[in-house]
Design a protein around this ligand. Structure first.
Ligand SMILES: NC(=O)c1ccc[n+]([C@@H]2O[C@H](COP(=O)([O-])OP(=O)(O)OC[C@H]3O[C@@H](n4cnc5c(N)ncnc54)[C@H](OP(=O)(O)O)[C@@H]3O)[C@@H](O)[C@H]2O)c1
Length: 324
């Protein structure tokens, strides 16, 4: 496993980040693994050299953080990098969601309790909050760093103008700056290349794309997309515009290149992302040890410039999806 530093920080993270949305409780989503099955994947990830784990308070309503915390407790915590998020609804009460000082301070304490940690490595805002001034959010996050509750702060999907505003506000007020952007980016969803990725490059912000395999769409022929339990039941696999623009043709080209190279489709899709200079570490979601191993092997696949253009060529702009 190779390691890279996240954005302009000195913190080393593995080239593959393990997404923990699939761990927690099957009561939340039918494809989510319960604790014992999740443990097997997380332990194998650590064996393979993965040191970077992404979760959120909302995943399985806190169970994902709890399960991750329990497993990591058996390892040297100083060697693991844990990222979690805040914003989504943790209850109907208006103060159990969003990015107000009250919500962030409460949710951060709750996340730390569930993770069994005093300090999380990266605390991310899951979305932009139209109801809270960005100054309030940034001041609260800055306090969280000063109080030793988080080491770094990061952001997730939003419009580039909002992220530029947040970065400028933190610079202007001398507040802790977002070091990372977790955004929606894969071979069949490349709208982030217009504004967000060039902004991150210019500002030296680390990029950790979510759904790098298009929620499974890039892991099997498009006619088989509903072949798995998640494929059958996950609405977002169908809401995101993966089949629009040139999606179906890209899926076919991924199949073709995978067959030619004797590797799996998922590995070609991940290798493509890993060849993008602005990507630090894709966040892979899996419920299978074999698929996790595929992801790690993909870090060794080299694609030529002509492979990359062949995969990219059919792409046509699609509607914005992920923070709309
Ligand atoms: N910030 C945000 O708003 C946001 C949004 C979504 C996700 N995320 C983060 O990103 C992580 C990953 O997202 P994701 O799970 O939606 O996307 P993903 O990694 O693009 O796709 C996961 C799907 O691909 C399948 N898969 C993975 N490797 C495979 C392989 N080698 N062969 C065949 N199928 C394979 C998985 O099936 P198996 O389970 O069978 O392996 C699963 O159905 C999440 O866990 C979460 O941490 C963040």
């Amino acid at each position: 496993m190779e390691y890279t530093t996240l954005g302009n920080t000195g913190m080393s993270v593995s080239e593959i980040c393990l997404g923990c949305m699939s761990f927690g409780s099957s009561d939340w989503r039918p494809w989510v693994l319960d604790e014992e099955e999740s443990r097997e994947i997380i332990e194998r990830a650590i064996d393979l050299g993965i040191n970077f784990f992404d979760t959120a308070n909302v995943y399985s309503m806190g169970e994902s953080e709890r399960v991750l915390g329990n497993v990591l407790d058996e390892y040297d915590r100083d060697e693991q990098v844990v990222a979690t998020k805040v914003f989504g609804e943790m209850g109907e009460d208006p103060n159990r969601q969003g990015l107000s000082r009250k919500a962030i301070e409460q949710e951060l304490e709750n996340s730390l309790d569930r993770l069994g940690m005093d300090t999380v490595d990266l605390y991310q805002i899951h979305r932009w909050d139209d109801e809270t001034p960005i100054e309030e959010t940034l001041e609260t996050l800055d306090d969280a760093v000063r109080r030793g509750k988080t080491r770094y702060v990061g952001a997730s999907s939003m419009w580039a103008h909002q992220f530029a505003d947040a970065l400028a506000t933190s610079d202007h007020r001398n507040l802790e700056r977002f070091v990372s952007m977790q955004n929606h980016y894969n071979l069949v969803y490349r709208e982030e290349e217009r504004e967000m990725l060039p902004l991150c490059e210019k500002e030296d912000v680390g990029v950790m794309p979510w759904s790098p395999l298009a929620r499974g769409y890039l892991t099997r022929p498009h006619e088989d997309v509903d072949a798995t339990e998640r494929g059958e039941s996950e609405e977002r696999l169908y809401d995101h515009p993966y089949r629009e623009g040139g999606g179906a043709e890209i899926n076919e080209r991924v199949q073709e290149l995978a067959a030619e190279r004797g590797v799996k489709m998922a590995q070609i899709a991940l290798a493509w992302l890993l060849h993008k200079d602005w990507v630090d570490t894709p966040i892979v979601g899996t419920t299978s040890v074999e698929h996790l191993e595929d992801a790690v092997e993909a870090t060794e696949i080299s694609l030529s410039a002509s492979d990359i253009s062949y995969l990219e060529e059919p792409y046509e702009p699609v509607r914005v999806s992920g923070h709309e």
